[in-house]
Ligand binder design. Structure first.
Ligand code: BGC
Length: 397
């Protein structure tokens, strides 16, 4: 008895020790992982600290994830709104340069200074006239949040929801979100998967996939604001832009397309050859530039899916950083930060000044649910929504 009791004591002690060892091993592995994750974040961008993103929103955990490659590129993404917070790539002299503007903290993304910075935009990116559309005879109403229209999926669009995130390795982040039937007024439960992949060639591929259980409308995009000279380096008006579009969709004074596809030839919208963004921005007589407050228009891309086609090429005049945009989408909103107010500050400390960043939002055309001649954005049950866009970074010396 005594003997077996003694054994039992030893056995219990051994178990306790091993449990304790395992616990401390788990803890130290977790700590090491945290430290590694934090090291990756700070190595990626000295402006960022993971702890300012480790929080909860809508009862779900938020965090900051980093993709990196061995070619000097890294991308920081938060699962709050699926936002690209930072894209660091080498400039023409090899200097790491953060070409995506963003905030330092989750709180700022949730605050009034946000303008969809870096965000995944949906369920319907861009504008829906008067926030209304008809599907199978039924009128649906989405919140009017931009003058008389609805912009970027209503009040709480995909930019403000928490996505479930899985990071399998250094190059891929998978995000998922289920948008409920009736959310923001849209019909159908929509299951969305977005995958960000950083390639060894300094390309960021974004794949958008969705399915629905009821007929609905879907138009997903990403709203990263780029400054290829680096966040905080001032105006983007001297960047050179080429857009592979012979036509664009002119708009009324509230930025709703008139329904026409107008030729760019002979207008300030002709970017078929590399041209400085600001070269024709003050063309006083151009009513379209007046309507948009500058460029804030959808370009009708000459080529569209199912395979990837080049939509645009942009060069930072100081950095020599070149961004090539490829997409399967038929359109691209070229927006040059006309509404940037200068009231908030970005992660570098620079303010969000007027026209210090631009967006290239690959998409279907604005107000598609109400424009019979535009490519349809209707998604039916049993059909798969699948689009891809690639932003690839290089340099011109
Ligand atoms: C729109 C702009 C808007 C910006 C930020 C762009 O997609 O076209 O008009 O100001 O998003 O909300």
């Amino acid at each position: 008895m005594k003997h077996s009791n003694g054994l039992a004591v030893i056995a219990i002690a051994a178990l306790a020790l091993s449990a304790c060892n395992n616990a401390s091993k788990n803890e130290s592995t977790a700590n090491a992982e945290n430290t590694n994750a934090q090291d990756s974040v700070t190595a990626c961008s000295s402006y960022l600290d993971k702890k300012y993103f480790e929080d909860t929103a809508d009862g779900k955990p938020t965090d900051l994830y980093v993709l990196k490659n061995s070619n000097g590129a890294c991308v920081a993404i938060t699962n709050y709104g699926g936002r690209i917070v930072s894209i660091v790539v080498p400039d023409k002299n090899g200097k790491p340069t953060d070409v995506a503007v963003g905030f330092k903290t989750l709180r700022e993304y949730q605050g009034p200074g946000d303008a969809y910075y870096g965000a995944l935009v949906g369920r319907v990116g861009n504008r829906i006239a008067k926030g209304k559309f008809i599907l199978d005879g039924k009128t649906y109403t989405i919140a009017v949040n931009n003058g008389p229209n609805s912009l970027h999926g209503g009040i709480k669009g995909f930019q403000a929801v928490v996505w479930d995130a899985t990071q399998a390795n250094d190059s891929t982040l998978s995000l998922s979100y289920v948008s409920k039937d009736g959310e923001e007024g849209f019909p159908g439960n929509l299951t969305v998967h977005v995958t960000y992949t950083l390639g060894g060639d300094n390309s960021i591929k974004i794949n958008y996939a969705a399915t629905t259980d009821k007929k609905t409308v879907v138009n997903l995009t990403n709203h990263t604001y780029f400054n290829l000279n680096g966040e905080g380096s001032g105006t983007i008006l001297n960047h050179l832009v080429q857009i592979n579009a012979d036509k664009y969709t002119p708009v009324d004074a509230t930025l709703i397309p008139t329904g026409k596809l107008d030729p760019v030839a002979g207008t300030p919208f002709d970017f078929t050859k590399p041209t400085a963004i600001g070269a024709r921005i003050d063309t006083a007589a151009n009513q379209q530039l007046k309507n948009g407050g500058g460029y804030d228009h959808n370009f009708v891309l000459n080529d569209a899916g199912p395979s990837l086609h080049q939509a645009a090429e942009v060069t930072g005049d100081q950095s020599g950083i070149v961004m090539d945009v490829f997409t399967t989408e038929p359109g691209m909103q070229f927006y040059i930060g006309n509404f940037m107010s200068g009231k908030s500050s970005f992660k570098s400390g620079a303010n969000d000044n007027y026209r210090t960043a631009f967006c290239m939002e690959t998409q279907h055309f604005p107000d598609a649910p109400n424009q019979k001649t535009f490519p349809s954005i209707v998604l039916e049950p049993g059909k798969a929504y699948n689009t891809t866009t690639v932003y690839k970074f290089g340099v011109k010396k």
